[in-house]
Design a protein around this ligand. Structure first.
Ligand code: F6P
Length: 361
């Protein structure tokens, strides 16, 4: 008998359901339905802390391969306060352990991104059997070449840029499409390249507004009637990238008081200096929504199968990821607390530059 708990934590993404279905189907088909009990904790770690769960049956996992979101619900439970008691004095870590042991679980499968992995590793250190699956549209989890949700988000952000392309060419305007990603540029770079953006701004390559204007002017001089910028939420100017923590915080607060996001600030600067008409489009959370793309359905299912194999072999304390096209296990302690940034001189960035894409640097 295997008793397995599940929770999905942090910002959602596509293929969370596909991944859980992959684990459960593999366990059920390999061990037989009578030898597996599945428990779902609702709304992330909160469900584990406050004992909000229910036993799941085969029908819970039927028809969910293509369904976006998560059947368990999700929430953010900040790692930095996980050791602090809640407003009623409850020790959250102790509560999570108690609920795990009360159900006599063999393992807890946790689906999440960076913050989620820190808490997952803490629970491993506390003695729980943990397996994690890497979800996030940001693709910024250390230790895996790819996270599920990423490809689906690339499709959506690319579609947004494609749509902007047609209207931009009709109106001879400069357009900014703001893509999700506060700290890393994987999504912006890939959607930007796929959508034929002329300028791509990512957090890993601080921009210089003069260089952006030069790139727009160059396109105009060459006869282009429009320019499209794909800008990551976390794009940062060279000036700000050199600031200390306090000065940066103040500068960003001033900007936030005036503009809804960095794209609007960049748009205002370009407009003021070039007189060009600029429009900003923010696809926002649509990038995390809807049905997973076929790649993510297959990828998440494969990760799920591997996770089930680890559970059946009693191998715990791993994230299941993909490295050099192989689905593999990566020790949780190696993953927790590390971000996978884009290297500014990565081959794909060099190739983008060869295609004439400006990074505003
Ligand atoms: O981590 C995934 C992500 O979608 C980021 O790309 C984005 O910056 C953030 O979550 C948005 O968070 P929230 O859903 O809390 O607004």
């Amino acid at each position: 008998m295997k008793r397995v708990g599940f929770l999905t934590s942090g910002g959602d993404c596509q293929a969370l359901n596909a991944a859980m279905r992959g684990v459960v189907k593999t366990l059920w088909f390999t061990l037989g339905g009578d030898n597996v009990e599945i428990y779902g904790f609702f709304n992330g770690y909160k469900g584990l802390i406050y004992s909000d769960f229910r036993q799941l049956t085969y029908s819970d996992f039927s028809g969910i391969l293509t369904r976006g979101g998560t059947i368990l619900g999700s929430s953010r439970t900040p790692f930095k306060t996980i050791r602090e008691p809640d407003e009623n004095g409850l020790d959250k870590v102790k509560a999570m352990k108690q609920n795990y042991y009360k159900l006599n679980l063999d393992c807890l499968v946790i689906l999440g991104g960076n913050g989620t992995h820190k808490t997952a590793n803490l629970l491993r250190e506390e003695g729980l059997n943990i397996i994690t699956l890497p979800k996030t549209i940001d693709n910024d989890l250390w230790g895996t070449d790819m996270t599920f949700g990423f490809q689906s988000a690339v499709d959506i952000a690319t579609n947004a840029i494609d749509c902007i392309h047609t209207t931009a060419s009709s109106h001879r305007r400069v357009f900014i499409v703001e893509v999700m990603g506060h700290r890393v540029g994987w999504l912006t770079l890939n959607a930007g390249m796929a959508g034929g953006a002329d300028i791509i701004l990512i957090p890993e390559i601080p921009y210089d507004i003069d260089k952006i204007i030069d790139a727009i002017n160059l396109r105009t001089k060459r006869g282009a009637s429009f320019t499209i910028l794909a800008v990551a939420e976390g794009a940062i100017s060279k000036e700000r990238s050199k600031m200390g923590k306090k000065e940066l915080k103040e500068s960003l607060a001033r900007s936030k008081a005036k503009y809804p996001s960095v794209s609007y600030e960049i748009a205002a600067e370009i407009e003021e200096r070039t007189g060009q008409e600029i429009r900003v489009t923010v696809p926002g959370h649509t990038q995390r929504g809807g049905s997973p793309c076929p790649y993510d359905r297959v990828f998440a299912s494969r990760l799920g199968t591997k996770a089930a194999q680890l559970i059946m072999d009693d191998e715990y304390g791993y994230m299941v990821g993909i490295v050099n096209r192989e689905i593999t296990k990566i020790p949780l302690e190696d993953v927790a607390g590390k971000l996978k940034y884009m290297e500014p001189d990565a081959t794909i960035i060099q190739e983008a530059r060869m295609l004439g894409i400006s990074f505003g640097d």
